[in-house]
Design a protein around this ligand. Structure first.
Ligand code: LLP
Length: 430
């Protein structure tokens, strides 16, 4: 199987950043998330380099929803990344990680009064999703005696080749303001006393492996930039949204790179803004492509079973990685302690959750498996731990971070005590 260079096979074992996954599983226990910090930084630099080679003002904002571990955000903050934050919680994380407020965009289609207050107080830019929200934000800023810089989230009405649950810029999507109503929204924003409209923002969808939809989005956005500039809006940034999809099927999926993205999108962007006579910052906010392949989820085989087919029952379930059950997503799996053994037998790898859909991998050819083997689920760094839960009363597992030859926990595993810690006994049960 094709592997990214931080994943290697030595002495029959899968290694990540030269660390033996089997040894890590023994040392920290399973299930276990293991992440390569070097890989994340490399992916960030790939975007930065490809974009900066074609346009002078670029800001890469990590979509914090993809991986909310503070150590991951800190690693990205250190190399200069900002963040797209979708809640006050993500804003808190990004600031705590050391990201400068001016590099943050507070997104969200349903912000609470307290979200708006925090955004104003911390001085971050806000991507406004509706006119109702605009007027609420204006009132909050007035109360605080501040001016808040905003973008509107544009709904570009674009069909994109991805799972319908993660296509975010369809005409029918819940996000943003229809593109044809955008000039009027800016007119209203310009008449708000405590609002300064300085940007435009869109997001067309996630796990898109074709560059053309991003080009189409850039075309829509520069058309809007032109109209807004003519209206007198001084655009400081144009945010083209999330990043590329990743080749979850290692052998067969296309693997577009930031270079491919920049090579096609930037000429359109650059020509568009030059035609308006402006040089706004170009922002993009990738999540998946920065962190997905940095991480493996290691899980131990509890038992095998031959029924109508062969099952390998592992100790991680969709409580830890929900993507296969939620989006029918495909993740490659490798038996980490038999990584170069012949693939002789077909298995379905199933979790311990009491639901039929708790399946990581269906009908895969793998080496002969026995209880105690360690299975690595690949590409688990985006929307993996971030979407985990305690369903079935399962404490969430630890996360380990590797940088160079250093290895450390970046999150302790939960205990049963953590599951009940916040539960309260109602007085009538005392
Ligand atoms: N910006 C905004 C406003 C977004 O809504 C998203 C993702 C991103 C950036 C990052 O997009 P990316 O570069 O990761 O494609 N849980 C799903 C993915 C949901 C994505 C939602 N928005 C999954 O596991 O596939």
């Amino acid at each position: 199987m094709k592997l990214p260079h931080h994943l290697t096979i030595k002495n029959g074992h899968l290694h990540i950043n030269e660390q033996d996954c089997v040894a890590l599983a023994q040392q920290y226990g399973t299930p276990l998330y293991v992440t390569s910090e070097d890989r994340i930084v490399e992916q960030y630099q790939n975007y930065k380099r490809a974009l900066l080679a074609r346009y002078p003002k670029v800001q890469v904002l990590f979509a914090a929803k993809a991986n909310g571990n503070l150590a991951v955000l800190r690693a990205l903050a250190k190399v200069g990344a900002g963040a797209d934050v979708f809640s006050s919680g993500e804003l808190h994380l990004a600031l705590d990680a050391g990201m400068a407020p001016e590099k943050l965009l507070f997104n969200g289609s349903s912000k609470t009064p307290s979200d708006l207050q925090i955004a104003v107080e911390k001085g971050v830019k806000v991507s406004v999703d509706s006119l109702d929200e605009l007027h609420q934000l204006d009132a909050v800023a007035q109360e605080a005696g501040k001016t808040v810089k905003i973008a509107f989230r544009v709904n570009p009405a674009l069909e994109v080749p991805t799972h319908p649950k993660i296509a975010t810029g369809l005409a029918t999507s819940k996000f943003g303001i229809p593109h044809e109503e955008i000039p009027d929204a800016y007119r209203q924003a310009m008449s708000c006393k405590n609002i300064q409209p300085v940007g435009i923002h869109c997001h067309i969808g996630s796990q898109i492996l074709d560059i053309d939809p991003f080009v189409k989005a850039a075309e829509v956005m520069v058309r809007i930039a032109q109209a807004l500039t003519e209206m007198g809006v001084k655009l400081e940034f144009v945010d083209l949204g999330g990043g590329l999809g990743i080749p979850y099927h290692h052998e067969t999926d296309p693997a577009p790179t930031p270079e491919d993205y920049a090579g096609k999108v930037l000429p359109v962007f650059r020509a568009g803004v030059e035609a308006c006579g402006i040089t706004p910052e170009l922002w993009i906010e990738p999540g998946r492509s920065l962190v997905a392949d940095s991480t493996v989820l290691l899980t131990r085989v509890n038992s095998t079973k031959s029924a109508h087919k062969k099952f390998a029952n592992v100790d991680a379930g969709f409580n830890l990685l929900i993507r296969p059950v939620m989006y029918d997503a495909y993740h490659e799996v490798i038996v980490a302690n038999k990584a170069d053994a012949p693939l002789t037998t077909e298995y379905t790898v199933t979790g311990p959750i009491c639901e039929t859909g708790d399946i990581f991998a269906k009908d895969r050819r793998l080496p002969q498996i026995v209880a105690g083997d360690i299975i690595a689920v690949l590409d688990a760094g985006a929307y993996g731990f971030a979407m985990s839960s305690q369903y079935n009363c399962r404490p969430r597992c630890p996360e380990v971070l590797i940088k160079g030859s250093q290895v450390s926990l970046m999150r302790k595993g939960e205990t049963l005590g953590d599951i009940t810690a916040l539960m309260q006994r109602p007085p009538w049960q005392r």
